[in-house]
Design a protein around this ligand. Structure first.
Ligand code: 13P
Ligand code: SF4
Length: 304
């Protein structure tokens, strides 16, 4: 991407000056993912690395809840979010007041909350989960019932992987809810069955029922790198396939995919600007951050 070279060079120079690290989600565009990012991964890995880094500044090339999670785990660090309006339909689907009502309605039932939520929602929860560890974390909780919020489809998928009764909320990812089982069956017919279909657990149940493998973005990556399928369809955000295609030339990546408008708000230009101005910074009310940290740290302790 020679066109991006001046921006990439300027960002990498400023990163050193500021002792900054760029954490990029797997859905970031290749010109960010393969150039300026220091750490790339799924939500779980980004949370772990945010807690571990000794940089003074974290630039979060992802969406707002990821930057908030980094700030919750590293309150002494400056966390820059190049596009403050990079939200998430799941995070918007539930409020802290909703979680308080759920606790009243289901007394004693543990509340496992997807990291794709605001700090205020995390603060009302017992533990966080990501799509990479949801089953493991939920199985570690006491009792036979669990509230798994706010992603209805993730909760339904978890229910197929655990013996616990899983109570769901009604949030959806605007990117993954658009895929259909019919669409996947049409691709199997087109390629006469000679296609591997991998889906993210935020997809509706009829989509997941058609998939050969279901997993978080990191697990999708491991699957493709490890199995080297001849032809693969990644039922998730478009940049996932773009990024993997660059490093797995033997694999044919079939589209369709859907774009996440929030992830697309991060650009090389606004990353550079954030490092130049040290703005916009993410702040979390310390009263909320302390309780949210407990929920995230409980999650990180599982599987360590
Ligand atoms: P992962 O945790 O699998 O990376 O997913 C994050 C996300 O936003 C999926 O839409
Ligand atoms: Fe949120 Fe879906 Fe975008 Fe992920 S892909 S950030 S869950 S809207």
């Amino acid at each position: 991407w020679p066109f991006h070279a001046p921006l990439v060079a300027a960002i990498n120079r400023l990163k050193k000056e500021r002792n900054a690290v760029i954490l990029a989600h797997n859905y970031q565009a290749p010109e960010i993912f393969h150039t300026v990012a220091d750490i790339v991964g799924d939500s779980l890995l980004l949370a772990r690395k945010a807690a571990e880094t000794d940089a003074d500044v974290i630039v979060l090339a992802g969406v707002h809840f990821m930057a908030e999670t980094a700030k919750i785990l590293s309150p002494e660090k400056t966390v820059l979010m190049p596009a403050m309006d990079a939200g998430c339909s799941l995070a918007d689907s539930i409020t802290a007041a909703d979680v308080r009502l759920l606790r009243e309605r289901y007394p004693g039932v543990p509340i496992a909350t997807y990291v794709n939520t605001s700090a205020a929602v995390k603060a009302e929860s017992d533990v966080c989960i990501t799509s990479g560890n949801a089953v493991e974390v939920i199985n570690s909780l006491p009792g036979d019932e669990v509230l798994c919020i706010p992603d209805e489809y993730l909760a339904k998928w978890v229910a197929t992987q655990t013996t616990k009764k899983v109570i769901a909320w009604k949030g959806h990812c605007e990117v993954h809810e658009r895929f259909t089982g019919e669409q996947l069956r049409a691709y199997r017919t087109q390629f006469k069955g000679d296609i591997t279909i991998i889906a993210h657990p935020e997809c509706p149940p009829d989509v997941l029922a058609e998939a050969d493998f279901v997993g978080s973005t990191a697990k999708m990556q491991d699957y493709v790198e490890g199995q080297q399928p001849k032809r693969v369809l990644l039922i998730t955000e478009c940049s996932m396939a773009d990024n993997l295609a660059a490093t797995n030339p033997a694999v044919e990546f079939v589209r369709p995919c859907n774009l996440c408008p929030h992830m697309r708000r991060i650009t090389l230009s606004n990353i550079l600007e954030s490092l130049q101005t040290m703005q916009p910074q993410v702040h979390v009310d310390p009263a909320i951050a302390g309780r949210a940290r407990q929920a995230v740290e409980r999650m990180l302790a599982v599987g360590k």
